[in-house]
Ligand binder design. Structure first.
Ligand code: SAM
Ligand code: CA
Length: 219
């Protein structure tokens, strides 16, 4: 479990001991990523477990991810898919996603994942233009915060009714609730939270796990 702004140190240690399960392959990916300067971008182990459960619970077959980095969440998602399932993975960074590709191959799930190295809005718009609206079951959004509302709107179109969107970092280490924080990313997360909170097209819940994960189910 990563450092938590929600839990005391004692509770975080207890949670890590009794509630976090991480496979040896995912642990190796976490350890390799830890050497990178941007390692903190990786999702927490318990969040990976949560995504795994969501993909399995929803029975998702067609998934899309916005923000791959070194591949932790995409690996979790691909491993949770049923046979024949697929993941469209969007990122712009070749070096980070080369690490991801290595782990997808080691896990035997590379053939389930289509990586598009391009700005995600472009990739999502292309999917929509090609007639993919309503054909996805699950989306995970975890890239540049300033585009969250735009990613959400595209993913909502891509999802079938009953499909689920999970959006990472919606508590933003508590900065969303600090009026002194007025930087662009914090303002973007606040704007996203207000957008989804008033969106009657979805059932939703902001789950206080890791850095906050908003779940929105398309009605
Ligand atoms: N989900 C990842 C994981 O489990 O480790 C972490 C993703 S990291 C927080 C954000 C990623 O978004 C980075 O890999 C970055 O290259 C990517 N990104 C930033 N801007 C993007 C854009 N416009 N389109 C697609 N990906 C973008
Ligand atoms: Ca994140």
């Amino acid at each position: 479990m990563s450092e938590s702004f929600l839990f005391s140190d004692a509770l975080a240690a207890y949670y890590a001991k009794v509630a976090v399960r991480e496979s040896p392959l995912l642990r190796r990916l976490r350890e390799e990523t830890a050497a990178l300067p941007m390692a903190a971008m990786q999702i927490a182990a318990e969040e990976g477990q949560f995504l795994d459960l969501l993909v399995r619970l929803t029975g998702a077959r067609r998934c899309v991810e916005v923000g791959v980095f070194t591949g932790y969440s995409s690996l979790v998602t691909a491993l949770a898919l049923p046979p024949g399932g697929s993941l469209l993975a969007c990122d712009i960074n070749a070096a980070w996603t080369d690490v991801a590709r290595r782990y997808w191959a080691q896990a035997g799930v590379a053939d389930r994942i289509r990586l598009e190295l391009a700005p995600a809005l472009q990739t999502l718009d292309k999917e929509l233009q090609q007639g993919a609206a309503g054909s996805y079951d699950f989306a995970f959004i975890d890239a540049d915060k300033g585009s969250y509302v735009y990613y959400y709107e595209r993913c909502l179109q891509l999802l079938r009714a009953g499909g689920l969107i999970a959006v990472d970092n919606t508590l933003w280490s508590g900065r969303v609730a600090d009026p002194a924080c007025r930087d662009a990313d914090t303002r973007a997360i606040r704007a996203f939270n207000e957008h989804v909170g008033s969106d009657r097209r979805v059932d939703f819940c902001l789950v206080p796990i890791a850095d906050g994960v908003t779940l929105a189910r398309k009605r």
